[in-house]
Write a protein that binds this ligand. Structure first.
Ligand code: 13P
Length: 287
């Protein structure tokens, strides 16, 4: 059964650990993440971007696949199915399709518009038992080959959004999606601390979990981060394992071209990456 992410993140914030959101792109990804969560008795959040939703033939397909796997793989740890960086429209579609959690990313709107749209979604989500993540201060990342710096959120704006009753909040603290550039200045713990002072018990979310040094992750958790998103690192480990398999010529040996064999090293690589992150975030044994 899918659950909202509210309870698991409340417990994580109280217990000073973080639950990983691992983005899914296909069946292998989803199965690897669910099995790793179950084997390690960890709660987990499956993230779906709008692009990945389209790639997987729509949100309804994703809901069907995830629910089917939870049942047939006997997954009993708490699993939330969460829209990542949703538009207002994307949130409505995922709520309708059966997601248990959505993120509305209104960080690119002026704060008043972000507040108005987030307020509308808080009401709708809560009437259906779905959790809602909001964002203030945009997360940097690569666009057309240029890596944009991550913004630092205004703590007062974070408080305005928190007061609407959202379940968890992503505040930009200099974090970036994808690989960090060599001249990255690191996370702004000053901003994170100021946001936590004003938002109290609200679980905070750290996007761009790929490649952040372990000590920064631990410090962020100590300052109120209870959910950490990871996407690129799973993609890199999957690609690397597949490349090695092909470079070794294994796809040409026997039935090595069978997709069940060809994708197996990548599947195992994702499992290893997810387990490593769960260890770092402290979520193992917390289901
Ligand atoms: P990375 O791709 O840097 O791991 O970030 C993932 C993320 O924040 C998804 O919202």
């Amino acid at each position: 059964m899918l659950v909202s992410a509210t309870e698991m993140l409340k417990k994580a914030k109280e217990g000073k650990y973080a639950v990983g959101q691992f983005n899914i792109n296909n069946l292998e990804w989803t199965k690897a993440i669910l099995l790793t969560a179950q084997e390690n008795n960890s709660p987990v959040i499956l993230g779906v971007s709008e692009g990945a939703g389209k790639y997987m033939a729509g949100y309804k397909t994703v809901v069907g696949m995830v629910k089917g796997m939870i049942e047939s793989l006997n997954i009993t740890v708490p699993v939330a199915l969460h829209l990542d960086h949703g538009s207002f429209d994307g949130c409505l579609k995922c709520i309708e399709a059966g997601f248990s959690s959505v993120m509305f990313d209104g960080s690119h709107y002026a704060i008043d518009e972000n507040v108005a749209k987030t307020r509308e979604l808080v009401e709708l989500c809560h009437s259906k038992g779905i959790s809602l993540e909001a964002e203030v201060g945009s997360i940097g990342g690569e666009e057309d080959g240029v890596v944009g710096a991550g913004e630092c959120a205004d703590p007062k704006e974070c408080k305005m959004i928190a007061d609407l009753g959202v379940d968890f909040l992503a505040a930009g603290i200099g974090n970036i999606h994808g690989k960090y550039p060599a001249n990255w200045k690191g996370l702004s713990f000053e901003t994170l601390d100021a946001v936590q002072q004003l938002t109290g018990a609200l679980p905070l979310v750290l996007h761009g979990g790929t490649g952040i040094p372990a000590e920064m992750i631990q410090k962020a958790i100590s300052l109120g981060v209870a959910k950490i998103n990871v996407n690129t690192e799973c993609q890199l480990s999957f690609a690397e394992a597949t490349r090695k398999y092909i470079e070794a010529g294994k796809d040409l040996e026997g039935k090595g071209f069978d997709p069940r064999k060809l994708l197996a090293p990548g599947f195992e690589a994702i499992k290893a990456t997810v387990k490593e992150k769960m260890e770092l975030f402290g979520s193992i044994g917390k289901a």
